[in-house]
Design a protein around this ligand. Sequence first.
Ligand code: GLA
Length: 381
Amino acid sequence: MNNELISAIQAAFKMRFGEPEVTVVSPGRINLIGEHTDYNDGFVFPAAIDKSIIAVFAKSTDSVSMIYAYDPKESHAFSLDDVKRIPNGGWRNYVVGVVGEIQKLGKEVPPFNAVFGGDIPAGSGMSSSAALENSIVFGLNELFGLGLSKVEMINVSQKAEHNYVGVRCGIMDQFASMFGEQDHALFLDCRSLDFKAYQVDFGEYGLLLINSNVHHNLAENAYNERRNSCETVAEILNVSALRDADLEMLNAKKAQMSDTDFLKAKYIIEENNRVERAVDYLNNQKIEGFGELLFEAHVGMKDEFEISCAELDFLVELAKEFPGVIGARLMGGGFGGCTINLVDKEQMDDFIELVEEKYKAKFNRECSPYRVNLSRGTYRI
Ligand code: GLA
């Protein structure tokens, strides 16, 4: 928990709106393995991290609600009678989207003021967006006693993203951010939302994220396209989601689909299988085996699912060549953001130094390494 940041955001609230009533901390997430499997009703293995959105709230006596974004130093006023998607609204759509989705549940949201900020690097693939959505729904639930369960809250967050932001995301990010547990990763079945928390201990190895500091513009469209491909193939295979398919079923109907859809579905089936194997390896302390799956997953995302980019491939190549790294892959939706690496703790500093130097030389841009700790999900202070 970043106490300094919490105080700063509470102070910013006081300056604008007076005494805060509710303060919420909502974390970003990492994902150990299982990308794009969530909206295929499959398995994922994410964890909440010690980087968060902090949101501060109080009721307002005004007829409009005011939101202030601490970092871009922008504000947005809106009327609760007229909640709608804002074209090119950026962060505003996450906030009004959550309000709109709460209203759709038949709950009344009275006027409020809020300030939010945080330390999750935007566009890094650490899900600052899910953290923001969850912070708003959790805060409003507390402020107005709306009586929403955690599952109802993450559904609100996800629908805000679908209907207001325009990304048809799965449930992984919102789930991890809401249900995370200290030092644990969550093996989650995205169909039933059943999950099991596993203590994450990689022994002599530690997790390291490296942010490529690129975010390609096509990411949102490409994300929705991937989802469409998966749904098209599921329909051809006559299953409700690719989670129910195996490679034999896929190969049998190969002639009925485009090559690119075939490869997308192949990746999903393989990746879903990798998540189960990874959990098994972790359970049996087979850390090298776990690492190998990360490298394998990256190849699948690069060649089959096609969500990598030159910067991420380069970071994974460097990791592969470095003797102290036993696994690496791009993390999150793709097209930029971070890689996740499993690195010998004693060699971590050397690896970071090497990557920083080579990345800069190749792309004339800095990359940013992060050592993250696994922490608890969204809570009120
Ligand atoms: C984004 C989405 C998630 C998930 C990942 C890829 O983070 O929000 O639902 O699909 O991409 O695993």
